[in-house]
Design a protein around this ligand. Structure first.
Ligand SMILES: *Cc1c(COP(=O)(O)O)cnc(C)c1O
Length: 371
């Protein structure tokens, strides 16, 4: 028997989440963001669930090739644009749309030989200070691009720095609106947080939204709002099993560093999942976990291949019991509870994004197709 650990990717949940996002931005076209191998889920695995998107947005040319190989003939957007002039040849060949965020990328376009002019998304820096032209330099960049025979349509985009936080998007929106006022072209503005929290009060056109995390069923602004609050369903579940049990007494310790000290007699379950599987090593004692669909907590340090959980109040749990690290149990019967990836992330001081992206290659993944 292979080591009992498995991740699952739920296609129906993907479809549901995409529909949910669309209903919050009913007039916008949707880029399904599948960078980082679809946030760790696998581009090939999620493709079927995201077919109803209007396009796929990603970073790597190799990922764009994979999406084309799956038979997708619609739009694909390179979110960071090209990295060298040669990349533009692949853009021409695969008909990829690409972001233009700096002068060097315009220089590359200017020397690119193509029969098919490119569709580009010109990016404005509205306060994130990562990629993009300053508002003041934006028009000159647009004018330069517009004069190139290599360029077809120019769309306008920005990425908000605090769509999930207290600042919101108002200041950035005002800047974007001011400096793009009389420029033609479609607009692409919102990530998941902006789509769910702010799209309704946008006072400019937002032709394309760019949700990523919400598609995968994690909340962009947890813990303020949970995935459940946004009507999102978990796509990735990670399940393992109890492979050993220890009965310990008050004063006994569990795991490396002896950080957990029992204050009473306890029954400890040893679980076939550790940080080499992608479980966060920083998850402290008390991180929620489910055994046979019943919630309990981790105890002691996470090690490479195992974690330890409190089964003191779970007398029916035994070797072989299913353990849900995040998402939903797959074997435990109805009434079974799950653990949201955001709860685990919060306990470990990170975000759901990082946990899903870090699922280790050694974990087998099954695709759940239910209609
Ligand atoms: C990753 C990314 C997104 C998606 O962000 P989420 O928070 O996952 O919705 C949108 N736009 C750009 C430019 C990105 O890099």
């Amino acid at each position: 028997m292979p080591r009992p650990i498995q991740a699952t990717v739920d296609i129906q949940a993907l479809r549901h989440n995409l529909t949910q996002i669309k209903s919050s931005v009913p007039d916008a076209l949707v880029w399904a963001v599948v960078k980082a191998n679809a946030y760790g889920h696998g581009i090939e695995r999620v493709f079927e669930g995201l077919r109803a998107a209007d396009g796929f947005a990603l970073l790597d040319l190799s990922e764009a090739e994979r999406v084309r190989q799956l038979g997708w003939r619609g739009p694909i957007l390179l979110l960071e644009g090209v990295f060298e002039t040669r990349d533009l040849e692949l853009c021409s060949r695969l008909n990829l749309w690409h972001v233009v965020h700096c002068e060097a990328q315009i220089d590359m376009l200017a020397v690119h030989k193509t029969h098919q002019p490119h569709r580009v998304f010109l990016k404005m820096n509205t306060g994130m200070n990562r990629l993009g032209f300053s508002p003041q330099a934006f028009r000159a960049a647009w004018t330069r691009l517009n004069a190139l025979p290599q360029v077809d349509e120019i769309s306008l985009m920005t990425h908000f720095s605090d769509a999930d936080g207290d600042k919101g998007i108002q200041a950035a929106m005002a800047v974007f609106a001011q400096y793009t006022q009389d420029l033609s072209g479609e607009r692409s503005l919102c990530n998941s947080a902006a789509s769910l929290r702010h799209a309704k009060d946008l006072n400019v056109r937002a032709d394309w939204v760019r949700p990523g995390i919400a598609l995968y069923g994690s909340s962009p602004d947890d813990p303020q709002h949970s995935a459940q609050h946004w009507g999102l369903k978990p796509v990735m579940s990670l399940n393992a099993a109890v492979i050993g049990i220890q009965h310990i007494q008050a004063g006994d310790t569990v795991g490396y560093g002896a950080t957990f000290v029992a204050d009473r007699a306890m029954r400890i379950g040893v679980v076939s999942c550790g940080y080499a599987d992608g479980y966060p090593r920083h998850a402290p004692t008390g991180t929620p976990v489910c055994v046979d669909g019943i919630r309990t907590r981790t105890v002691g340090r996470v090690s490479m291949d195992m974690i330890t959980v409190d089964m003191t109040d779970l007398p029916h749990a035994n070797v072989g019991s299913e353990v849900t690290l995040w998402g939903l149990p797959q074997k435990s019967t109805h009434g079974a509870q799950g653990v949201s990836i955001d709860e685990v992330a919060l306990a470990a001081g990170t975000v759901g994004y990082e946990l899903m992206c870090a699922l280790a290659p050694r974990v087998p993944v099954a695709v759940l197709e239910s209609f």
